[in-house]
Write a protein that binds this ligand. Structure first.
Ligand code: BES
Ligand code: ZN
Ligand code: ZN
Length: 505
């Protein structure tokens, strides 16, 4: 089995001869009964009748809203008029996704957009590459093979040469997002912590990263008690994956970002076993770790100017005769003791080690963790906003605008200090869940964030709970069913800026 290959994208100032499909962009302000001069010229040059296209648009009531598409077959070729709505980057991304879903049967297409900004071109490219994503398991144990008969798409835009960098940024970002989806969609029988580490090593080699993998023995010897405890119920032992990116000296700016991604390759809940229905989705409990690996693999291609380190604590949370028990006390990296009252609250245990390690050893200016941490986050925020926990207003502003620009929205959540005493254990420094079972305050996502806060020292830190947004039930715009790759676009829109740490050093 193979998955559809991504289209290849190029930008040009004219429609290439011989394309199988012509797409003209349409906005609600355009008069569908006339069409603008650029669209008319392109349609005529394609050898089609402008009036016939207008008749289709009128009959099918295509008005230029995002996702609106009118189609007219011309011999064995195809003309599409695709709505781009208000032409915001978000609209272009969504239009790209709608277009690519209608181009399944052709091998080449040109999309005539006329004048377009860098942000519009980047967004269109992202939509075109993400909207057609699908995952199929391949026969080998590696990532899915791509179908070799790829679609090639030319974006026809004024001053195409000046838009080349934006197009490339879109391609790099979307390719990394597809990679994150592939990693998270891979079944957990294949995707052990060792497998995930192997993928990271291979990707690091291709993309100029140093990758260090700690195995179970090193984790034990160096005191990563959370990763060890969560991983000890499985025959597939845990790993800590550390990826390092150093910008080229000629473009580097000061500062160090550390990204931490939860890498639970399967979350059964452990001895605090999940019901079956809730367990099936848990092959994607490393979605955040996959997003960190995928984003790291794109930093060089994007020309990121700050130093970045990625940490992915990877473990499989299974019940067995060697699993950790509810009531066990573990020692996290750095010495904090934790009473494990619920083995299904495992993400915070592996993250606590990585955060404490980052604080003690890596000296980050900004520390960010992403995790499919709590089911509770999607009760309040639903499936399209990640929860953002961060005490630093400037970092909140930076991440919020990266989220809005990239199509991956975040919403700020509060640290409610009054809830913190529910994590006080009678036998250890902390309990991993509220000792009253959450009866008094509820707010499971907030309590989880308060737990993590104990491990970040005085660092400028943000926590993104992506449990709601990390997977989707179906295709919608650029999001596709299964793992979404959430986080990759947000991180890369932020880190790819000229100085991502402005005001944050
Ligand atoms: N991986 C889950 C969170 C999750 C739930 C992600 C649904 C995606 C969809 C996490 O490890 C977990 O089990 N959290 C518990 C915490 C509870 C035991 C305090 C939860 O959310 O129920
Ligand atoms: Zn869990
Ligand atoms: Zn989990």
């Amino acid at each position: 089995m193979s998955a559809p290959a991504p289209p290849t994208l190029t930008a040009s100032s004219s429609v290439p001869a011989g394309v199988a499909a012509l797409v003209v962009a349409l906005s609600p302000a355009d008069d569908v009964g006339v069409l603008d001069a650029r669209a008319r010229a392109a349609i005529s040059a394609f050898g089609a009748d402008v009036e016939a296209v207008i008749a289709v648009l009128t009959r099918e009531k295509v008005k230029g809203g995002v996702g609106d598409i009118g189609a007219l077959p011309v011999d064995s070729r195809l003309i599409l008029a695709a709505g781009v709505g208000e032409a915001t980057p978000r609209d272009f991304r969504r239009a790209g996704a709608a277009i690519v879903r209608r181009l399944k049967s052709v091998d080449s297409a040109a999309i005539v957009v006329g004048r377009a900004s860098d942000a519009q071109v980047r967004a269109l490219a992202e939509g075109l590459l993400l909207g057609g994503y699908a995952f199929k398991v391949s026969s080998s144990t590696d990532l899915p093979d791509s179908d070799p008969t790829a679609l090639s798409i030319t974006i026809v835009v004024e001053r195409a040469d000046e838009r080349a960098d934006a197009l490339r940024a879109g391609v790099v970002t979307a390719s990394a997002t597809r990679l994150a989806r592939d990693l998270a969609n891979t079944p957990s029988s294949t995707k052990t912590p060792a497998w995930l580490a192997k993928q990271a090593v291979a990707l690091g080699r291709k993309s100029g990263l140093d990758v260090r993998v700690r195995d179970a023995r090193e984790l034990r010897d160096e005191g990563f008690g959370g990763v060890v405890a969560v991983g000890m119920g499985s025959v597939n032992p845990p790993r800590l994956i550390e990826l390092s990116y150093q910008p080229p000296a000629s473009t580097a700016v000061a500062g160090h970002v550390v990204l931490v991604g939860k890498g639970i390759t399967f979350d059964s809940g452990g001895l605090s076993l999940k019901p079956n229905a809730g367990m099936i989705a848990m092959k994607t409990d490393m979605a955040a770790g996959g997003a960190v690996i995928a984003a790291m693999s794109a930093l060089r291609d994007l020309g990121v100017r700050v130093r970045v380190t990625g940490l992915v604590p990877a473990a499989e949370n299974l019940p067995s005769g060697s699993a950790q028990r509810p009531s066990d006390v573990i020692t996290q990296y750095g010495g904090t003791t934790v009473e494990v009252l619920n083995t299904d609250a495992e993400g915070r245990l592996v993250l606590a080690d990585a955060l404490a390690y980052a604080d003690a050893q890596l000296d980050p200016d900004v520390l960010i963790d992403l995790a499919t941490l709590t089911g509770a986050i999607s009760i309040g925020l639903g499936k399209r906003h990640a929860g953002l926990f961060c005490a630093d207003d400037r970092l909140v502003a930076t991440l919020s605008s990266a989220g809005a620009d990239s199509g991956e929205a975040v919403w700020r959540m509060p640290f409610v200090d009054d809830y913190r005493p529910t994590l006080d254990s009678s036998v250890a420094d902390l309990a991993n869940v509220s000792v009253d079972g959450g009866k008094t305050f509820s707010g499971g996502s907030i309590v989880a964030a308060l737990f993590l806060r104990e491990f970040v020292g005085r660092r400028r830190w943000a926590h993104l709970d992506i449990a709601g947004v990390g997977r989707a039930e179906g295709d919608e715009h650029e999001v596709t069913k299964g793992a979404t790759g959430f986080g990759v676009r947000l991180l890369l829109h932020w880190l790819g800026g000229s100085d991502p740490l402005r005001g944050l050093r």
